[in-house]
Design a protein around this ligand. Structure first.
Ligand SMILES: C[S@@+](CC[C@H](N)C(=O)[O-])C[C@H]1O[C@@H](n2cnc3c(N)ncnc32)[C@H](O)[C@@H]1O
Ligand code: SF4
Ligand code: SF4
Length: 339
């Protein structure tokens, strides 16, 4: 799964195409490494060796190329991003250029938050269920406790949401997750697990998933702090159960692997395989030449980082309210908090 969930759209600059109608990436996601301190059953990434990592100078070259191509939102992930010793430097460089977020398993969050808090706009902390369920999926006892401690510390300084991946092992615990988010005073970002070929296949069985999506939709309508829009859940139900497809726009997001290579066409197809080195590529040219039309009807995954921006429309009032107006309000709140 990906990276950045573009929850807090922090400004009115958000537009899906340039003025002349060209496709350009608006959001970037970057795996800083594949290595991880946990061993999640559904995750293929910790199983991959890291050949080498980018230096801070290379990270900056990457960011400058992305900025030039029009990227506004940058999301860091991995593997576990907090394992990088130079994480504060990297985030600092990112914060000079982008609205910056990070997805972490939270194990090191409480210890590291003071180093990084000034350079992040938002942090997502993964929780896969109540304590016992989470620790079983994540493979390490104590990972739930550490993540929750991290959330409690981080929310003193930043916007925080739980990143919850729905799978066969945790499907029945969604109401508990909503309650947990409410108790902690943070958001709950939800997406559906994808079955990668090199991980355990825990993507939920379809009929059970349908019930959970409908429940999430109801909870969202009743005011639960769920990050994704009603349209997100509705689009999955429409496509996977009623045969009405959404139009996927993978070009809105550019993903960069730990070696600095662009992952095309998206995070999922080709199982996150990088190709061209980003700072040696004319992104704008590549984006105009790439056959994106082939993927419009894909609908294979429901990763929020692709589906939410694909659904965005200025004509959709509830989405503009969710993504733009709330974004501006949280921006003002943060400004007061830090000022
Ligand atoms: C790959 S992890 C990287 C960041 C960090 N290690 C973490 O766990 O938050 C990013 C997100 O991907 C999710 N994820 C892992 N395996 C997945 C899968 N098979 N399908 C969808 N999302 C997945 C995780 O639950 C996590 O929220
Ligand atoms: S903590 Fe994140 S990167 Fe590590 S194994 Fe779990 S999902 Fe994968
Ligand atoms: S729906 Fe298909 S094209 Fe779109 S992000 Fe998912 S796998 Fe990629």
């Amino acid at each position: 799964m990906a990276v950045l969930r573009p929850v807090v759209f922090r400004g009115v600059h958000y537009s899906l195409k340039t003025a002349n109608g060209k496709k350009l990436p608006l959001i970037a996601g970057h795996k800083l490494l594949y290595s991880c301190n946990l061993r999640c059953r559904m995750c293929p990434f910790w199983r991959r060796p890291d050949e080498k990592l980018l230096t801070v100078e290379e990270e900056v070259k990457m960011m400058d190329s992305l900025k030039k191509a029009g990227v506004v939102f940058m999301g860091f992930e991995g593997g576990e991003p907090l394992l990088r010793r130079d994480i504060a430097q990297i985030l600092m460089e990112s914060s000079k250029r982008f609205h910056t977020s990070m997805v972490t398993n939270g194990w090191l969050l409480k210890t590291k938050i003071h180093e990084i808090k000034d350079y992040l706009d938002f942090v997502f902390v993964s929780l896969d269920g109540p304590e016992e369920v989470h620790d079983k999926i994540r493979g390490i006892t104590g990972s739930f406790k550490r993540a929750v401690e991290g959330i409690i510390e981080a929310k003193e300084y930043l916007g925080v949401a739980i990143s919850h991946t729905i799978m066969s092992e945790n499907l029945d615990h969604i109401q508990e997750m909503v309650k947990l988010a409410q108790k902690l005073g943070v958001g709950l970002s939800v997406q559906v697990a994808y079955n990668y070929s090199t991980a355990e296949k825990l993507s939920p069985q379809k009929e059970r998933l349908r019930r959970t999506l409908e429940l999430l939709l109801q909870l969202k309508r009743r005011g639960a702090p769920i990050v994704e829009s009603e349209d997100y859940f509705q689009a999955i139900i429409n496509s996977w159960f009623n045969g009405v497809e959404w139009r996927c726009k993978p070009w809105l997001l550019i993903n960069i692997d730990p070696l600095g290579r662009i992952v095309l066409p998206c995070y999922v197809l080709n199982e996150y395989k990088g190709d061209n080195i980003v700072w040696q590529t004319d992104i704008q040219k590549l984006w105009q030449a790439y056959p994106w039309e082939k993927f419009e009807k894909c609908n294979k995954c429901a990763l929020a980082c692709y589906l939410e921006p694909s659904l965005f429309s200025w004509l959709n009032y509830s989405m503009v309210k969710d993504k733009i107006l709330h974004g501006i309000i949280s921006y003002i709140e943060n400004a007061f908090r830090s000022g």
